[in-house]
Structures are given as C-alpha cells and as structure tokens.
Design a protein around this ligand. Structure first.
Ligand SMILES: CC(C)(COP(=O)(O)OP(=O)(O)OC[C@H]1O[C@@H](n2cnc3c(N)ncnc32)[C@H](O)[C@@H]1OP(=O)(O)O)[C@@H](O)C(=O)NCCC(=O)NCCS
Length: 180
C-alpha cells in the first residue's frame, strides 16, 4: 500500500474500533503523528509510553478502521488527576467526531480510575483542539510561556469535577458510543 493511500482512509464508519494501543499499532500512529505536529514524537517515545501503560501509569487508545489506525489518544495518570498527553486524528477523518470519541473514551477511563480532574496543554494557535476541549468543559487555567520549541505559549486547561453526574451526562451526549 502506498504512503498516500494509507493517509487517505475511508471515512471511519461502522467498522471503527477503539481499543488499547499496542506496539503493533505504532507504525500507523507515527504516520498520523508526523503530519499532525510541528515536533512529532518519535516511535521510541510511544514505545516508552506503552511500557508505562503496561504498568498502569498511562492509558493509550487507538481508533482503527479495519486494519488502519485513524486516530489515537493518551493520558498520564497521577493520584487523582489525568493529564492528556496526545490526541490526533488522521487529517482526512477530522471534523467527523473522532476526536470527540477519543477524548470521551479517555474521560471514561479516567472516571473509572477515580480521577477527579483532567488537564492538558494546548498551543495558543491550535483553535481546533481548543474548541474540542471547550465542548468537554475544559477551561483555561494559565499560560506556560514558550512551552513549545521555546517559542509558542501553551494554554493550560482543566476540566474539574469529572466524577459528577452532569459530566457523565455530557459524555453520553457528546459521544453515545464511548465508554462501553
Ligand atoms: C484536535 C483534533 C484531534 C480534533 O479531532 P476531530 O476528529 O477533528 O474532532 P471532532 O470532529 O470530534 O470535533 C470536535 C469539535 O472540535 C472543534 N473542531 C474540530 N476541528 C475544528 C476546526 N478545524 N476548526 C474549528 N473547530 C474545530 C469543533 O468544535 C468540533 O465540534 P463540532 O463538530 O460540533 O463543530 C484534530 O484536529 C487533530 O488531530 N489535530 C492535530 C493534532 C492536535 O493538534 N492535537 C491536539 C494537541 S493539544
């Protein structure tokens, strides 16, 4: 399969599966990572993160459409909070609800582990991601200056109260298929 055809999947549909990321998924993850970020993670960063997932310190998920990885997301677990480390969707499938599904899956996993809040950093220029996070009730809590490449600021965002019933109801509304 050519690189181009791998980057042009069908729009994710009924065949979409969300499952824990495994080492065998990393090659497909890297294709998306490399076109999604100015400073992509390397495959070895994902391998290290998967080692921590095996010890229960991380959660990493992939969305698969048949044999093709079309998105992924991960978070770091602390005592009672979870820090979203990465979330990306193949460019051809963006704005189809997959980012919402992946973030909802992470949120359910954080709830299951008894976390009370979710946090993350996002580039000030990344309006698409900020809109996604706002839909989940994330709010800006501060700025980390020159956080990215020692140049661009990060907005620190928090979503507190994720164990509350109204947050669970929001998750069900945003992504009815998540958390099953
Ligand atoms: C951020 C990202 C994961 C969103 O994935 P997605 O599948 O497009 O997200 P969804 O289709 O679920 O969109 C959810 C909401 O996000 C917002 N959104 C998504 N893309 C947007 C865009 N290009 N412009 C404005 N808002 C956008 C909208 O509010 C949307 O809700 P709506 O469909 O009801 O309008 C995707 O754009 C991506 O992979 N970006 C590159 C990697 C990245 O920047 N990750 C975040 C790092 S902090």
């Amino acid at each position: 399969m050519s690189v181009l055809s791998r980057l042009l999947p069908r729009r994710p549909g009924a065949a979409l599966v969300v499952e824990p990321m495994r080492r065998r998924h990393v090659a497909g993850v890297m294709e998306i990572e490399q076109v999604s970020y100015p400073k992509p993670w390397t495959a070895s960063v994902f391998q290290t993160e998967l080692g921590m997932a095996a010890r229960g310190e991380r959660v990493y998920l992939v969305a698969r459409d048949g044999g093709q990885v079309v998105g992924y997301a991960g978070m770091m677990l602390a005592v009672d909070e979870a820090h979203v480390t990465n979330i990306a969707v193949v460019p051809t499938a963006r704005q189809g609800g997959l980012g919402t599904r992946l973030l909802a899956e992470l949120a359910w996993a954080a709830i299951q582990r008894g976390c009370t809040g979710l946090t993350l950093e996002v580039r000030v220029s990344n309006h698409a991601a900020q809109a996604l996070y706002a839909a989940f009730g994330f709010e800006a809590a501060g700025i980390r200056q020159r956080y990215y490449e020692n140049t661009e600021d990060a907005i620190v965002m928090w979503r507190h109260g994720i164990l509350d019933d109204d947050f669970r109801a929001l998750l069900r509304r945003l992504s009815p298929e998540a958390g099953r």
